[in-house]
Design a protein around this ligand. Structure first.
Ligand SMILES: [Zn+2]
Length: 284
């Protein structure tokens, strides 16, 4: 992913790149910025280790959007030259780089963090199960939105941490969002081909209407979450804190990790969701 980002920013000077913070393991959490508009949309992905296909999608979307801006006027029917001047898109493809690393590569027992993790969690085989960060905290249960203990100790998933925003990955996002004051936020997860738009009965003013438009364009279902999925997530916090439109998009179907070979299959439907969000954020 970092190589792809480097290639993109080397080739296209309209893409700006910076880091919004560091993970527990001191990996950068990169952000790509593109557009000239006053309205601001945040697209984010890979909150969960097994869900790295969302990061691959976001990088490919930035790449294709940029190439289309150079060569075409429309992309999936959207006037992209106009979009480019009316909205600035910020893309954080991988909020949880340590979790993705563990999900892909397993644990390195020569690493002190990983040894500590084994002792806390009590299992040895971490790939194929790992959703959390490298302290065993599930980033998408660590936001300050009805934060509560779902699981009471470090775990492959669903441990919300000692307190809300205890993790550097969570704080990287919340500090960034507070600073930039985004008009809309999309958090990409896998899987289910679903769009969530609500937190505990709260929504942004146009959330339902926009969720329905995104669903129409993509064939995804509009959903209201129930149970633990509905607490402590990024879009929950965004809706609660700012009262604006926040969405979770569950890309693709199958068992996590969805394979990288599925990228082409999920690309178009999610590109339409991203473009729809850009359009609605700019003009609705
Ligand atoms: Zn997820």
């Amino acid at each position: 992913m970092l190589k792809d980002i480097e290639m993109l920013t080397d080739n296209y000077n309209i893409i700006e790149r910076f880091s919004i913070g560091k993970s527990v393991m001191q990996k950068d959490i990169p952000c790509l910025k593109i557009g000239k508009g006053k309205k601001k949309l945040l697209l984010s992905g890979a909150y969960h280790g097994l869900e790295y296909l969302t990061a691959a999608f976001l990088i490919k979307f930035v790449s294709n959007y940029t190439v289309k801006l150079m060569t075409e006027t429309e992309y999936f029917g959207y006037d992209i030259k106009r979009l480019y001047s009316d909205i600035t898109v910020y893309v954080v493809p991988m909020v949880n780089p340590d979790g993705v690393d563990i999900a892909l590569n397993g644990l390195d027992i020569t690493n002190e963090y990983h040894r500590h993790l084994i002792s806390m969690v009590g299992i040895h085989s971490f790939n194929h199960v790992w959703q959390a960060n490298s302290r065993g905290v599930d980033i998408n249960h660590n936001f300050d939105a009805k934060w509560q203990m779902v699981v009471d100790k470090p775990s492959p998933s669903k441990y919300g941490g000692e307190y809300a925003e205890s993790e550097p990955e969570t704080r990287a996002i919340t500090e960034f969002v507070r600073k930039e004051q985004f008009d809309m936020l999309l958090a990409f997860h896998s899987q289910g081909r679903e769009i969530y738009y609500d937190f505990d009965g709260m929504t942004g003013e146009n959330s339902v209407e926009i969720a329905k438009k995104m669903a129409e364009e993509s064939g995804y279902a509009v959903c209201i979450p129930t149970g633990t999925a509905s607490y402590g997530g990024c879009k929950d916090w965004f809706i609660k804190e700012f009262g604006k439109e926040g969405f979770t998009v569950e890309i693709g179907t199958g068992q996590n990790p969805l394979p990288m070979s599925m990228l082409d299959e999920v690309y178009d439907e999610n590109a339409k969701i991203a473009l729809c969000a850009m359009h609605e954020c700019a003009y609705n």
